[in-house]
Design a protein around this ligand. Structure first.
Ligand SMILES: Nc1ncnc2c1ncn2[C@@H]1O[C@H](COP(=O)(O)OP(=O)(O)OP(=O)(O)O)[C@@H](O)[C@H]1O
Length: 377
């Protein structure tokens, strides 16, 4: 088993003998607190269901996703498994890890029982898979391996982008321009953590657990409300107006481009601090209590805003608990519901033709009326 270390944060990836350049550090991103918080909450609790990020171009959306993935500790993956299974707990539905191997099958035993040891593994960075706009469904979900079918006459499955994204992030730029049926499919898989492919004589199920991040520009249209509702959070990102912050963005980016390794070293302590906080929050999450007061606050808020369905409350509850975990608290209170209200409900509001103050103002007003202004502090 290979045990060499991988340090994606400062750019050394030694397991496969490849050295990569560092990724721009997450903690060096200027401002954009809403986007950063939304991504962090989804990493702490992936069941929140991903983030839709709407906003201007060139505002560090993709930089933030890559930076967050690089901040997370590298993960062990079963060597040769195209789905990147965790060797400590390979997925029971993984066609590679759960399939009985030839010899063991002859003896009526399963591969893992036969070896009783953990499978050989490699250390890899947390994957970030980009889904290009023109991607076909075959490329996304996987398809029949045509080459093998023609050359060897065997029907095998060639895994797609969803396989590569397992245990990482799937980033879709301009998700609002993607065909609805593909978005629908992606949201289904993101929610279930399983990709099912049934076609051309192929029947495959494989693990596909990832944090889905979709981004788009509102000027190019919105997703249908049914699809929007299935993204856990909705972050809004705009160009920064503050001159000093704009200058800082350019300074930092220029310093990073000039010497990525030195820049990463400067941010190392900040990065490690955040990494520790995320790890602690993930550990604490299952024991964080959601108080009845918080639950009632979530339900009242959704009633006040006329939210259809119950995904609103569910997301409010998960996001509030993740926020409490991130801040090292034992319970989530109504104030946590208030702080995640805009992220959780903005995309679930019914359009109100008489409302002119904007979605965020509507939510803030409802929070003030149902939870109390003090709770937002
Ligand atoms: N707040 C910021 N902090 C640091 N760098 C930033 C910030 N905003 C933009 N940048 C820099 O601007 C450039 C563009 O960022 P990026 O590619 O992440 O934008 P994007 O929002 O994903 O754009 P697009 O929507 O066009 O794909 C990068 O070099 C990035 O480092």
């Amino acid at each position: 088993m290979t045990t060499t270390s991988v340090e994606t944060q400062n750019g050394k990836t030694t397991d496969s003998g490849v050295t990569t350049l560092p990724v721009y550090p997450f903690t060096a991103i200027v401002g954009q607190a809403e986007l950063k918080l939304a991504l962090l909450l989804c990493v702490i609790d992936p069941t929140i269901g991903g983030v839709m990020v709407m906003g201007h171009r060139g505002t560090a959306k993709s930089t933030a996703v890559r930076a967050l993935a690089a901040l997370l500790p590298p993960q062990r993956a079963v060597a040769g498994c195209p789905y990147g299974c965790d060797p400590a707990a390979p997925s029971s539905i993984c066609p590679h890890c759960a399939a009985p191997d030839q010899d063991a099958a002859k003896n009526g035993q399963e591969k893992r029982r036969a070896s009783a040891k953990r499978p050989p593994s490699v250390l890899r960075p947390v994957p970030v898979v980009d889904l290009p706009l023109g991607a076909t469904e075959d490329r996304v979900v996987g398809a029949l391996d045509i080459e093998r079918a023609l050359v060897e006459g065997v029907q095998t499955f060639a895994p797609g982008l969803l396989a590569r994204a397992n245990r990482g992030f799937l980033y879709i730029d301009e998700v609002n321009l993607l065909e609805d049926h593909l978005v629908d499919l992606l949201l289904d898989v993101a929610q279930s953590g399983v990709n099912v492919v049934e076609r051309e004589g192929i029947s495959v199920r494989h693990p596909a657990r990832f944090v889905l991040v979709g981004s788009g520009n509102p000027e190019e249209g919105d997703l249908r409300p049914q699809l929007l509702d299935r993204f856990g959070l909705h972050a809004r990102i705009t160009t920064i107006d503050d001159v000093a912050e704009r200058v800082e963005i350019v300074k930092r980016r220029r310093a990073f481009d000039a010497d990525p390794v030195a820049f990463a070293q400067q941010w190392e302590r900040e990065q490690q601090r955040l990494q520790r906080r995320i790890r602690m929050a993930q550990k604490r999450l299952p024991s964080v209590e959601l108080t009845d007061e918080a639950l009632y606050a979530a339900a009242r808020l959704c009633v006040a805003l006329n939210i259809d369905g119950h995904r609103g409350e569910l997301t409010l509850a998960r996001a509030a608990v993740a926020l409490a975990a991130f801040e090292g608290r034992e319970s989530a209170q109504p104030s946590d519901i208030a702080r995640v209200a805009t992220l959780s409900l903005r995309h679930r509001l019914r359009k109100d033709p008489l409302e002119t103050s904007g979605d965020d103002a509507r939510i803030e007003r409802a929070v003030a009326e149902t939870i109390g202004a003090a709770a937002r502090a």
